[in-house]
Ligand binder design. Structure first.
Ligand SMILES: [Zn+2]
Ligand SMILES: [Zn+2]
Length: 288
């Protein structure tokens, strides 16, 4: 990884991941002695859409989720995956013109991949919390707490890196025009989600409660399968991709009492055991 992309007070760890992806794509050896990266195939490729509950579909791959919520034949896209997933949306909705909005839980690269393309091709607005708007527009990551180095011993990390590389993760288009919201807003988009600010993973991270559908989208406030270590179960994301672990843990209380049959996350399977139970599991895991 090039020192030229760093400044001493601003370690851009997500940038490291993209550079690893890019190096992998280009078939180069990484420059820090890690050697040639293993190539992933098969299981991480895009899966067909899966219905979670009526009106809610899960898209993406086994490593990165994004979702569709339908109401009266119009769709809200919740998070926007990786650029390589674009074709999944017209395949699932038929006419792209039925996509009425994109709503982001946060603006990390693996959650905004097709947002700009949907904005321009489906003429949708892209909604994001005001504190993540700059990240969405520029891709300039605020500092995170930790390094990727401890994660490199996990094969799942390398599968994620390869998955980034093959799905355009090294060159995610920035979103040229975003519509911002704040905590507590009820968005005028299909499904009328309520915004619950859950800062920590990023400063503008939110959960989205679609009450009529009975689902809570938690983004990366917590995951049910760690996309780096491969560990299953509710847990917060690692410090390498988190602005503040302490704040992320505190924010879990903001969603703990939400009534939802399904808790849906950026990484991992849907959780149906109740939001409070998932939050408690995530806290216990963080203590160990
Ligand atoms: Zn994230
Ligand atoms: Zn993510």
């Amino acid at each position: 990884m090039s020192e030229g992309t760093r400044t001493p007070d601003r370690l851009d760890h997500n940038q490291e991941l993209y550079q690893l992806s890019y190096a992998h794509r280009a078939g180069r050896q990484s420059t820090d002695g890690l050697g040639v990266l293993p190539v992933a195939s098969g299981p991480e490729m895009a899966d067909p859409p899966k219905q979670i509950v009526p009106g809610v579909q899960r898209l993406g791959s086994s490593l990165v989720n994004f979702y569709l919520v339908e109401e009266d034949g119009r769709y809200t896209v919740v998070d926007a995956g990786m650029p390589g997933y674009f074709g999944q949306v017209p395949a699932a909705v038929g006419e792209l013109s039925t996509v009425a909005a994109v709503v982001l839980t946060h603006a990390h690269a693996d959650h905004i991949g097709i947002a700009e393309r949907l904005r321009s091709e489906a003429q949708t607005r892209v909604h994001v919390h005001e504190a993540d708007a700059q990240l969405a527009r520029t891709g300039n990551m605020p500092a995170t707490e930790g390094s990727f180095l401890p994660l490199l011993r996990y094969p799942t990390t390398w599968r994620l890196v390869a998955h980034f590389a093959t799905n355009g993760g090294a060159r995610v288009p920035r979103i040229t025009d975003v519509t911002t919201f704040t905590d507590g807003a009820v968005l005028d988009v299909p499904g009328s989600p309520q915004v619950i600010a859950t800062p920590g993973h990023t400063h503008g991270h939110v959960a989205l409660h679609f009450e009529r559908h009975g689902v809570l989208f938690a983004g990366d406030a917590l995951c049910t399968r760690n996309p780096f270590t491969g560990r299953d179960g509710p847990q917060i994301m690692p410090p390498a991709v988190t602005a503040s672990t302490e704040q992320a843990l505190a924010s879990l209380e903001r969603i703990a009492d939400v009534e939802a049959s399904h808790l849906l996350v950026g990484h991992g399977e849907p959780w149906t055991g109740g939001v409070r139970a998932a939050v408690e599991r995530a806290r216990e895991t963080a203590d160990r």
